[in-house]
Design a protein around this ligand. Structure first.
Ligand code: HDD
Length: 736
């Protein structure tokens, strides 16, 4: 397996497939309403002659109660809202399908949709942020939800995961406390969609089991560039059961085929203002353009005999299984290829539940998972007020549903016959119970015994080893970003005591890290006796687990170490003004398009630019509507007049500075190099406008006017595919 590329590079076998892919779409089609060429009607189907004026007694008189159209229209509007999700309120959905690569999972699970490459299972995916309200910004620092509903032939299976592998807490009973602490304060409902306030860090500092996930949330993983470039994790250890009834532990992973990429924090914050829908728009537009997001599903399998072989407890959701200990086995690929028709009907009304299982997959005793099994149905009842939410089109299975559930608000199904109980003879005993051989779900027969007790297992008590493992597996630049994130988050905490306690927790992760955090947030760094005592605790923890399977570094955790070159669907801004070299821009655009790279011409105003030779060039975005943060790279073409004009445009120069500061590829051709020279980007080798040289220095690619265009193109694409250029020390001195 190509470790570097993370995803295995396997492809599903396309021959002999039973095309189930469209089954959900066909089902949804029966519910779709299309107004084309139709008359406006009331909900009762009566055609409406006037929807602009209420029925009144005289043209200036009061509105009449008998105006059934007014009453119906207004009532429906008044009742449009349902409660937003208590967490994960802000989300974006997409339809797609999943197909296994081969039959290799047969030995582990009898779940047909995972073992039969001829079976294509429709899916609906909802990505989300956790903390913010429905209207909050997409690019906040937060975990992202990664919830997948598989509409399998054996019923709906939901894999309700996150883009962060460990969770904050070990026991679901702490979930309300965690969520209250991280959500806006109860008195003034501030801040929105942010952990950076006293209550969250108060909780975190008092509950050290949060430390591991905190390290992930401070890392770049919490600010993904795109939902398409983000990993997903099932988080808990689940169970696979095969045809023979043998159980094994399993952890689920989603690996994006485009690789994992992130924003930088300054960019994320600015995007939250300039385009709060950044991730939603990216997902929507990619699918509209046919750049279908793809993810590989992979699993880690652990034999039951090895349950206690690790230096952590498999049932503890604040822990991961390092890939170096248990490698990932690829299962198949998910492709998202269709946007929803209606946000509310699909993305808002979809209802996930980790307890939606199919034969071959079961839960474990993980106390976080056990609590989730209660919470999701309960919360859907709050959102939908009726148990009949399962009949809503997006939630309906594509396989038959028969049972004796009945009635309730908004019941859709018309159950026939008199038998609404079991056993019955009046209905011929139907619907019947299905034995295992007929696909009846069998809970795994795990032997369980014990005293009723409120007690955390001893094996759950090491909260620092994996937090430390995560930190030490990062590259230097990733560590720096974690430090900066900690400075931001704790910097917003008013209470010195809370900041102090958090430094204490961080010191158990890495003493030097804690000292550096302390330095930025006005706290005396832990030294001397305090530091020695912490070192002893950490050493004792390590000794305790040293006899069991563990690793001291896990390169698989670092996004940088697993970076995959990417070009497809990246977006380049071409800065221009009147006098630009239009032929050059057109050639550049074509060359980029050939590699799947998008480009837009950015100028002061919308409209057409006049090139040096009189040719015209369409402007795609104006300075006021866009910014460098909306592109992955910036390019300045030649054209003396154009460059001279841009030197006087603060927005154009700022565009370059900012892209440079954010580590993006910056390039210039011919006279374009002069704009770079006029910016704050210093200490980088540049070509001169007139020579035939091409330079490539820390992601800044420049080309003299007479240089070979093809060679420039490949140098630029090579740098662009690296996504970010962290080695630029100079960026810290650039004001942007
Ligand atoms: Fe949860 C929603 C993921 C722990 C209770 N959760 C929700 C969603 C995702 C997750 C992706 C959004 C689903 C959607 O898009 O509609 N949650 C997780 C993960 C967890 C986790 C990966 C840890 C492993 N959650 C967790 C716990 C509890 C909940 C411990 C409570 C005991 N989660 C909920 C909920 C939500 C929810 C209150 C809110 C809306 C919904 O369920 O449908 O039931």
């Amino acid at each position: 397996m190509d470790k570097k590329n993370k995803a295995s590079g396997k492809q599903p076998n396309q021959t002999n497939r039973q095309v189930d892919q469209n089954k959900k779409d066909q089902q949804l089609e029966t519910f779709r309403e299309n107004p084309q060429e139709q008359y406006l009607t009331t909900d009762q189907g009566v055609r409406i002659s006037d929807t602009d004026n209420s029925l009144t007694a005289g043209s200036r008189g009061p509105t009449l109660l008998e105006d059934f159209h007014f009453r119906e229209k207004m009532t429906h509007f008044d009742h449009e809202n349902i409660p937003e999700r208590v967490v994960h309120a802000r989300g974006s959905g997409a339809h797609g399908y999943f197909q296994p690569y081969d039959t290799s999972m047969t030995q582990y699970t009898k779940a047909k949709f995972l073992v039969n490459p001829g079976l294509i299972t429709p899916v609906f995916v909802r990505f989300s942020t956790v903390v913010g309200s429905r209207g909050s910004a997409d690019t906040v620092r937060d975990a992202r939800g990664f919830a997948v509903k598989f509409y399998t032939q054996e019923g709906n299976y939901d894999l309700v995961g996150n883009n962060i592998a460990p969770f904050f807490i070990q026991d679901a009973i702490k979930f309300p406390d965690l969520v209250h602490a991280i959500k806006p304060d109860p008195d003034n409902e501030m801040p929105q969609a942010s952990a950076a306030h006293d209550t969250f860090w108060d909780f975190a500092s008092l509950v050290p089991e949060t430390t591991h996930m905190i390290m992930w949330v401070l890392s770049d993983r919490a600010i993904p560039r795109s939902f398409r470039m983000m990993e997903g994790f099932g988080v808990h250890t689940f169970r696979f059961i095969n045809e023979e009834g043998k159980g094994r532990f399993v952890k689920f992973h989603w690996r994006p085929l485009l690789g994992s990429h992130s924003l930088v924090w300054d960019e994320a914050q600015k995007l939250a203002g300039k385009d709060p829908d950044w991730l939603r728009r990216d997902l929507w537009e990619a699918i509209e353009k046919g750049n279908y997001p793809e993810y590989e599903l992979a699993v880690q399998i652990v034999e039951e005999e090895d349950e206690h072989a690790f230096g952590f407890d498999l049932l503890d959701a604040t822990k991961i299984i390092p890939e170096e200990l248990v490698p990932l086995q690829p299962i198949g690929k998910m492709t998202l290829n269709r946007n929803p028709d209606n946000f509310f009907a699909e993305t808002e009304q979809v209802a996930f539940h980790p307890g939606n299982l199919v034969p071959g997959i079961d839960v474990t005793n993980d106390p976080l998972l056990q609590g989730r099994l209660f919470s999701y149905l309960d919360t859907q009842l709050n959102r939908f007020t009726s148990a009949n939410f399962t009949e809503v089109p997006i939630n309906k299975p594509v396989c038959p549903v028969h049972n004796h559930q009945q009635n309730g608000f908004m019941r859709q199904t018309i159950n026939k016959g008199k038998a609404n109980y079991f056993p019955n003879s009046v209905g011929g005993g139907c619907p019947m119970m299905a034995p295992e051989a007929m696909g009846g779900y069998m809970h795994y027969m795990e032997k369980v015994e014990g005293h009723k007790i409120r007690e955390r297992s001893e094996s759950f008590k090491d909260h620092y080893t994996q937090a430390s493992l995560f930190y030490h597996s990062m590259t230097e630049v990733e560590k720096k970003h974690i430090l900066e994130a900690a400075h931001f988050e704790l910097g917003k905490v008013e209470s010195e005591a809370i900041r102090q306690r958090m430094i204490g927790n961080f010191a158990h992760v890495d003493l030097e890290f804690a000292q550096k955090v302390a330095e930025g947030v006005g706290i005396d760094p832990p030294t001397g006796k305090v530091a020695e005592a912490i070192k002893d605790t950490v050493k004792a923890l390590k000794e305790k687990i040293s006899t069991r399977k563990s690793v001291s570094e896990s390169p698989a955790l670092s996004m940088e170490k697993n970076k995959k070159p990417v070009l497809k669907s990246l977006k380049v801004a071409i800065l221009a003004a009147n006098g630009v070299n239009v032929a050059q821009v057109k050639a550049l655009k074509e060359a980029l398009k050939a590699q799947g790279v998008e480009s837009e011409v950015v100028a002061k105003f919308l409209g057409m630019l006049k090139g040096a030779d009189g040719a015209e060039l369409k402007v795609d975005k104006s300075h006021i509507t866009t910014a460098s943060i909306m592109y992955d790279a910036v390019l300045v073409p030649g054209g003396k007049k154009s460059v001279e004009a841009m030197k006087k445009q603060g927005a154009a120069v700022h565009f370059l500075n900012e892209a440079f500061k954010h580590g993006k590829t910056v390039a210039a051709l011919g006279e374009g190099v002069d704009l770079l020279a006029a910016s704050d980007i210093k200490g980088i080798t540049l070509a001169t406008a007139k020579d035939g040289k091409i330079t490539s220095d820390k992601g800044v690619v420049t080309s003299g006017a007479s240089a070979d265009a093809k060679a420039f193109g490949s140098a630029f694409l090579e740098q662009l595919s690296q996504f970010r250029h962290w080695q630029r020390e100079e960026k810290d001195t650039v004001p942007a």
